[in-house]
Design a protein around this ligand. Structure first.
Ligand SMILES: Nc1ncnc2c1ncn2[C@@H]1O[C@H](COP(=O)(O)OP(=O)(O)OP(=O)(O)O)[C@@H](O)[C@H]1O
Length: 208
């Protein structure tokens, strides 16, 4: 699958990064770099701080110490981050295709058209169904399709395979690989192994 012809090269670096949630510093002394076409998988037990690190990189939480940077990003350009978190952001009274059209109008176009995005996540035949009728896994798939209609070079993914079946897990891996092929980068918190080529993946273990 081809998602896009290519992103401008952008590298994520972290130096001595510490992340806090409320008053608690959960992780500290993080040093890593994620280059174009590469993914960083965040591993660690429940509560280790994986979501907190993703939210910090998204800019929702200020670092407790240290710094991170998206080198090569245009500070005056369009948003370059997608956060795929536990909240689905799905509107239940809108059909699947209306949900994607909504996100496209809010976030911008340039990626797959909404029908192609639904096909890519295996929901093509349900395009006209109200999203409120979707199962948990289908809702996650629809939420993932949001990333495909608006190309952004950085994907921050929190348990992207949660609630998905075996085919869905493989689908997520394919989408991430297509994103990396386009020169994007991904940071993903996951308890499950993601079948992505080992050469383009590094792991960062948080907690004990
Ligand atoms: N608003 C908050 N104030 C203080 N602590 C919080 C707050 N929100 C979450 N926490 C705590 O921060 C810790 C880290 O949570 P986080 O969601 O980052 O972990 P995680 O590694 O993603 O876990 P999981 O694998 O369960 O998703 C947890 O102990 C959680 O209880």
């Amino acid at each position: 699958m081809t998602l896009r012809q290519g992103f401008p090269p952008l590298t994520l670096t972290a130096t001595g990064l510490a992340c806090r949630r409320g008053e608690r510093v959960l992780v500290e002394g993080l040093d890593f770099a994620v280059e174009p076409g590469r993914a960083l998988l965040l591993k660690g037990p429940n509560g280790a701080g994986k979501t907190t690190l993703l939210m910090t990189l998204y800019g929702a939480i200020r670092p407790a110490a240290g710094a991170y940077a998206f080198e090569g990003a245009d500070p005056d350009g369009p948003p370059f981050l997608h956060l795929f978190g536990h909240q689905s952001a799905v509107k239940p009274r809108l059909s699947l295709i209306e949900n994607l059209s909504f996100w496209l109008s809010v976030n911008g176009s340039g990626g797959l058209d909404p029908h192609a995005a639904l096909d890519a996540v295996g929901l093509g035949p349900l395009a006209r169904l109200d999203a409120g009728y979707l199962s948990a896994g289908q809702t996650r798939r629809l939420s993932l399709a949001r990333l495909l209609v608006t190309p952004r070079p950085v994907w921050l993914l929190d348990e992207p395979t949660a609630a998905l079946d075996t085919q869905g897990e493989a689908m997520v891996a394919r989408l991430i690989e297509a994103h990396l092929d386009a020169g994007g980068i991904a940071v993903a918190a996951t308890h499950l192994p993601l079948p992505i080529g080992a050469a383009r993946v590094a792991e960062l273990r948080l907690g004990s």
